[in-house]
Design a protein around this ligand. Structure first.
Ligand code: GDP
Ligand code: MG
Length: 229
C-alpha cells in the first residue's frame, strides 16, 4: 500500500540570492533571468520514495524578505528549510545567522540545509567554501552549492533535504552489492550493522502540479501579520 506524506519546505535568505529561481528550477527544470511573479506563493510537486508518495509544498517568500517582516505562518510547521546565500556576494552569507535565528524563534525542529547559489562563474565567486563549511559544521548542518541557472546540484539539494527530513541516510559510498534493492529497510539494516554503506532509495517525480498563486490567502496573512512590503 502506498503511504502518503505531505512535507512543507520553505526558502530563506536575502532578496536576490535566487530563492524563486531555485524553486522554479526544481519544480519544472526551467530558468529565466527574471521572474515576474508578483504573488508567487506556493509550488507543489509530488514525488515517490520507496512506497511513500510525498506531496511537497514549497513556499516562496512572495517578497517579504525585502523588508524582513515575516508572515509568521511561513516558518511554522515547515519540515525543511533551504537557507540560501549567493556565492558571489559575501553580505548574503553574513546574514544567514540572523535568518536562522528568526526561524528558530518560530520553529525549533525544521531540518535546515545551507545553499550557496549562483555557483556558475568561478571568476565572480567571492564566498570562501572553507568559511561556509566551518559555519555549517558549527551548526551541524549540511552545505551545498548550486546554480539555478545551469541546474547544477539543484535536484541534489532537494533530495538531500527530503532524505534528511525523512531520516533516510545519505550514501557515503555506494555499495554495489546493495545496489539494486533500494529500500529503506536495507539502509536501516546497513546502519544496524554499523556499516557506512547505504543504498539510496530512488526519488521519483510523480506529478508536477504547477505554481499556485494564492494571493487571496497571502493578502489575508499579510494583513494578519502586519506585512509591510
Ligand atoms: N548567475 C546566476 N544568476 C541567478 C541564479 N539564480 C538566480 N539568478 C538571478 O538572480 C536574480 C534574483 O533571482 P530570484 O530568484 O528572483 O531571487 P530571490 O529574490 O532570492 O527570489 C535574477 O535575476 C535571477 O535570474 C544562478 O544560479 N546563477
Ligand atoms: Mg523571490
Amino acid at each position: 500500500m502506498t503511504e502518503q506524506r505531505k512535507l512543507k519546505i520553505i526558502v530563506l535568505g536575502e532578496s536576490g540570492v535566487g530563492k524563486t529561481s531555485l524553486l522554479v528550477r526544481y519544480k519544472d527544470g526551467t530558468y529565466r533571468e527574471s521572474y515576474k511573479y508578483t504573488n508567487l506563493d506556493l509550488l507543489t510537486k509530488t514525488i515517490r520514495i520507496n512506497n511513500t508518495s510525498i506531496h511537497l509544498e514549497m513556499w516562496d517568500t512572495a517578497g517579504f524578505e525585502k523588508c524582513r517582516t515575516y508572515v509568521r505562518g511561513y516558518f511554522r510547521d515547515s519540515h525543511g528549510v533551504l537557507l540560501i546565500y549567493d556565492v558571489t556576494n559575501m553580505t548574503t552569507f553574513n546574514t544567514l545567522e540572523s535568518w536562522l535565528s528568526d526561524l528558530r524563534k518560530e520553529n525549533e525542529t525544521a531540518v535546515v540545509l545551507i545553499v550557496g547559489n549562483k555557483n556558475d562563474d568561478p571568476d565572480r565567486k567571492s564566498v570562501n567554501r572553507k568559511v561556509v563549511k566551518g559555519y555549517a559544521e558549527s551548526k551541524d548542518m549540511e552545505y551545498m552549492e548550486t546554480s539555478a541557472k545551469t541546474g547544477d546540484n539543484v535536484n541534489e539539494v532537494f533530495d538531500t533535504l527530503i532524505r534528511r527530513i525523512l531520516g533516510i541516510p545519505l550514501d557515503d559510498n555506494t555499495d554495489s552489492s546493495n545496489a539494486d534493492s533500494g529500500h529503506c529497510s536495507d539502509a536501516e539494516e546497513a546502519i544496524s550493522n554499523n556499516r557506512k554503506v547505504y543504498k539510496l532509495p530512488p526519488i521519483v517525480p510523480l506529478r508536477d502540479e504547477g505554481i499556485i498563486k494564492l494571493s487571496a490567502q497571502t493578502d489575508k496573512l499579510r494583513k494578519d501579520d502586519d506585512f509591510c512590503c
